[in-house]
Design a protein around this ligand. Structure first.
Ligand SMILES: [Zn+2]
Ligand SMILES: [Zn+2]
Length: 253
C-alpha cells in the first residue's frame, strides 16, 4: 500500500507535492484593516486554513513584519515579507522579499516618500504596530494609504533588481488596480499577476496568474489562495515559491 507524506497528492499516473499559498493580507497597521486583524490573528486563521506560505502586505509599511515572522515561526508557516505599495496614479502592487531586513529596508524607503498627511482615525481607523502577542508598540501618524512617490514603471524593475517578487494587485478591481488606473495592464516583467477571479478575463500576456485573500478582516483570511506544485520533493520557501511562479507550477485547488 502506498502511504503519502503530508502535502503529497496523486493523480492516476503522477505523484506530486503541493503547498497552499496566500500572498496578499493586511494587518491592523493598514488604515483600512480591522483592529482585530493582528499578525497573530492573521497567522492563526491562516493555519486554520492550512496555508503553508503566507505573506503580510500592509499598505506602504513593513512595521508589523517582525511580529508576523515570530507568529509564523510558532505555527510552522513559511513567512514571506511584503508590503502593498500604492504608486503614483494610485496603483497597488504587492512587493515581496525572502528576508525580513530586505523588506524593512524597502518599506522604510517607501514610508519616507509618503506625504506627511495625518491619519484621520475616524475615517480610516488607527494604524497600529503590535508585537506577536497583540501588545501595542506604537501608532503610525501619517496616513499610510497615500501614494508613495514612485511610479508603477519605476517600481516594477526596482523590486526585481532587489531580488524580490513584484505582483500587480487585484488588476481588475474597480479602483487601485492597473486596469482601472491606466486602462490596461502594461506588459512588464512581473513575477506574477494577481486577479480576484480565476480565470482572469483580461489580457495578462504570458504572466503567471495568482489570486490572494487581500484580507482586511479576520474572516477573510484564506478566502482566496493558490497552490505551488512539483513532481519532485520540495520544501516551502521564498525561493521555491519564486521558482514555481516562474515555471508556472500553479494550481488553484
Ligand atoms: Zn490593494
Ligand atoms: Zn491589499
Amino acid at each position: 500500500m502506498l502511504f503519502l507524506k503530508s502535502h503529497e497528492t496523486t493523480t492516476a499516473t503522477l505523484k506530486y507535492m503541493k503547498y497552499k499559498v496566500d500572498l496578499h493580507n493586511h494587518s491592523c497597521l493598514s488604515p483600512c484593516a480591522s483592529m482585530e486583524l493582528s499578525p497573530r490573528v492573521l497567522v492563526k486563521n491562516a493555519a486554520a486554513e492550512n496555508i503553508d506560505i503566507l505573506a503580510l502586505t500592509d499598505h506602504n509599511s513593513t512595521r508589523n513584519l517582525p511580529a508576523f515572522e515570530a507568529c509564523c515561526t510558532k505555527k510552522g508557516i513559511t513567512p514571506i515579507f511584503g508590503l502593498e505599495v500604492n504608486t503614483l496614479k494610485e496603483i497597488h502592487v504587492v512587493c515581496l522579499f525572502g528576508e525580513l531586513d530586505a523588506a524593512e529596508s524597502f518599506g522604510n524607503y517607501i514610508e519616507s516618500t509618503l506625504p506627511v498627511i495625518r491619519n484621520n482615525k475616524r475615517i480610516f481607523g488607527e494604524q497600529v504596530i503590535v508585537d506577536a502577542y497583540d501588545t501595542i508598540l506604537g501608532i503610525v501618524k501619517p496616513v499610510l494609504f497615500s501614494n508613495a512617490s514612485i511610479s508603477y514603471f519605476e517600481l516594477i524593475p526596482r523590486i526585481i533588481e532587489l531580488g524580490g517578487l513584484v505582483i500587480p494587485a487585484h488588476i481588475e478591481r474597480f479602483i487601485n488596480g492597473a486596469i482601472s488606473q491606466l486602462g490596461f495592464l502594461p506588459d512588464l516583467p512581473y513575477s506574477a499577476v494577481e486577479s480576484l477571479l480565476i480565470p482572469c478575463a483580461y489580457e495578462t500576456y504570458d504572466n503567471t496568474i495568482i489570486t490572494g485573500s487581500d484580507a482586511h478582516i479576520p474572516a477573510s483570511v484564506g478566502c482566496r489562495s493558490f497552490f505551488i506544485t512539483d513532481t519532485r520533493d520540495f520544501k516551502p520557501s521564498f525561493s521555491s515559491l519564486a521558482d514555481a511562479l516562474q515555471e508556472k507550477r500553479i494550481t488553484y485547488r
